[in-house]
Design a binder for this molecule. Structure first.
Ligand SMILES: [Zn+2]
Length: 261
């Protein structure tokens, strides 16, 4: 299905560079697709220039990764890499896509990464701002004539190397045991960024982070999401059971799931 045929998405994930979303939440995006949801990715920049990449190469890699994850739509906003800024024009551009596709959930990468690109922190703020801008009335001309849309749910996909130890209001671990291989295969698509040696380091790091995240909830592999508010619920039992959406933990129910027990 081409993006032109899809007029509504269930989930849109936003990241500064192609490969950021694969690393932070690729397993969950693939899982959402398997679960029947319509999923889109918005890359804020091309990710170029980089030492070994090119615009065309990154486009091909991002498309290959999209296919591996099964994601329905992938849009590149073409905002400037390396100097990405949470500025009004960029907010308008991102919010226009949110108004166009009207997702129930927007996920944005989050965190400040002093050992990596400052675009990550800007993308975090830009995602929050665009989510708010999406609902604004009397400004339609700033959003290519699209109608206001209020995004009901918003979640962070934090970078695993954030400079800050954050006290998020809520953290959720999604079981990605059955899509971990897709996640790694999608990251592998970015050969211009990860040659064999670098990919091996990334695979080691991502696998370890996913095993740690998942292990906290009894899953082989997991991805952590955070919410800007506490988890609300009407049925405590349904909430603690994972809303009915969890795969069975690795350990038997009722037994401690921590491996060092
Ligand atoms: Zn990045």
């Amino acid at each position: 299905m081409s993006s032109a045929e899809l007029t509504k998405l269930d989930v849109i994930a936003v990241g500064p560079h192609p490969d950021d979303l694969e690393i932070t939440c690729g397993g969950t995006l693939a899982k959402l697709v398997k679960q029947g949801h319509k999923v889109g990715i918005i890359d804020l920049t091309s990710g170029e220039p980089t030492p070994r990449g090119s615009e065309e190469l990154r486009r091909q890699e991002a498309e290959a990764a999209r296919q591996v994850l099964g994601v329905h739509v992938r849009i590149n906003l073409g905002l400037p890499n390396r100097v990405l800024m949470d500025a009004p024009e960029s907010r308008f551009r991102l919010a226009t896509e949110l108004r166009r596709y009207r997702p129930a959930l927007v996920i944005t990468t989050a965190g400040r990464t002093p050992a990596a690109s400052p675009d990550h922190h800007q993308g975090h703020q830009l995602g929050e701002a665009a989510r708010f801008y999406s609902q604004l009335t009397k400004w339609d001309e700033r959003f290519s004539g699209t109608a206001p849309y209020r995004v009901p749910f918003f979640a962070y996909a934090p970078f695993p190397f954030d400079a800050e130890l954050r006290n998020w209001h809520s953290r959720i671990i999604i079981d990605i045991s059955d899509t971990m291989e897709q996640k790694l295969a999608a990251i592998r698509c970015y050969a211009s960024q990860f040659d064999a040696e670098r990919y091996e380091r990334v695979r080691h790091f991502v696998s370890g982070a996913s095993a740690y995240a998942g292990g906290q909830c009894g899953f082989l592999y997991g991805e952590m999401f955070a919410l800007p508010h506490p988890v609300g619920g009407a049925d405590l039992l349904a909430v603690v059971k994972g809303g009915g959406g969890s795969a069975a933990p690795v350990q038997l129910p009722g037994k401690d799931h921590l491996p060092m027990n």
